[in-house]
Design a protein around this ligand. Structure first.
Ligand code: CP
Length: 299
């Protein structure tokens, strides 16, 4: 019952998670959440606001107890390895949510742990629970995922959210347009894999931002922490921005999503437009992660 990559999931698995999130959202509204026993640990070696706190909040709402790990105050500082840390935390809890800067770290944690492991982000690789809440948000906003034209805009080379989401969108039959600053395009291998797994997928690179036919723009920040050259990151960050003029002529029900945090790529005046849906998107993390924890613990 590990949740490591969106690529491990079938469409039916994902549909189950979407239905479960919907049920959890209704239960929260009706104050009828069925409590479950257990302890969850949040083992984050990289910073996080949304993923860590929403998992903790989701767990508390389900009646679980939370064991938190603060990397800077842990025995990592004495040189303890990642694998040994996972083994210890596995003994203290029933499910682990792990985030680490190394690609493949969540899969390694799942090999070492006896209890289920949920990937809260492994380097630039995968962020499956973000993709589940993104798909849930799109379904809530648009009624369905298939047929929407979704523009993925930003640092498509380093953003794990984009790699996961491109795969999920193609699986569900959305049309995906990839728009990135020069040098930060999604790698061709990933796009080829999507086309191979979903031969009818509509996925293509665009040279410029043009939202006139888009249903959704899913924007992400320049992932400065993953650049070898910080000056290059600063230079791209200065230039990459969703100007309010890009919203002229968009569809009436156009939506802007973002996994957050946003830095300068979305100017604050966009927050007040009807198109900005990213705060609502982040809140959808609660019912989605409640459903995930429940499913992982109860099977
Ligand atoms: N979307 C997301 O992963 O945010 P955090 O880095 O704050 O968890």
């Amino acid at each position: 019952m590990d949740v490591i990559s969106i690529r491990d999931m079938s469409k039916e698995n994902i549909e189950d998670y979407l239905s479960l999130a919907e049920k959890m959202e209704k239960d929260l509204q009706n104050n009828s959440v069925k409590k479950i026993d257990g302890i969850i640990s949040t083992l984050f070696f990289e910073p996080s606001t949304r993923t860590k706190l929403s998992f903790q909040s989701a767990a508390e709402r389900l009646g679980l107890k939370v064991v938190d790990f603060i990397a800077s105050l842990s025995s990592l500082k004495k040189g303890e390895s990642f694998s040994d840390t996972v083994r210890m935390v596995d003994g203290y809890s029933d499910v682990i949510v792990v985030r680490h800067k190394l690609e493949g770290s969540a899969r390694r944690a799942a090999e070492v742990a006896e209890n289920p492991v949920i990937n809260g982000g492994d380097g630039g690789n995968q962020h499956p629970t973000q993709t589940l809440l993104d798909l849930y948000t799109i379904k809530k906003l648009k009624g369905k995922i298939a047929g929407n034209e979704v523009h993925l805009v930003g640092d498509l080379k380093h953003a794990r959210t984009m790699r996961s989401l491109a795969y999920g969108l193609a699986m569900f039959g959305a049309a995906v347009k990839l728009v990135a600053p020069k040098g930060l395009e999604m790698d061709l291998e990933m796009v080829e894999q999507i086309k191979k797994n979903f031969p009818s997928a509509k996925i293509e690179y665009l040279q410029n931002i043009d939202f006139s036919n888009a249903d959704i723009a899913y924007v992400c920040r320049i992932q400065e922490e993953r650049f070898a050259d910080k000056y290059e990151a600063m230079s791209v960050k200065k230039k990459f921005r969703i100007n309010p003029e890009y919203l002229t002529g968009v569809k009436d029900n156009f939506a802007i999503m973002h996994p957050l945090p946003k830095i300068d790529e979305i100017p604050p005046e966009i927050d007040d437009t009807k198109y900005a849906r990213y705060f609502e998107q982040a809140r959808n993390g609660i019912p989605m992660r409640m459903g995930l924890i429940k499913k992982v613990l109860e099977g």
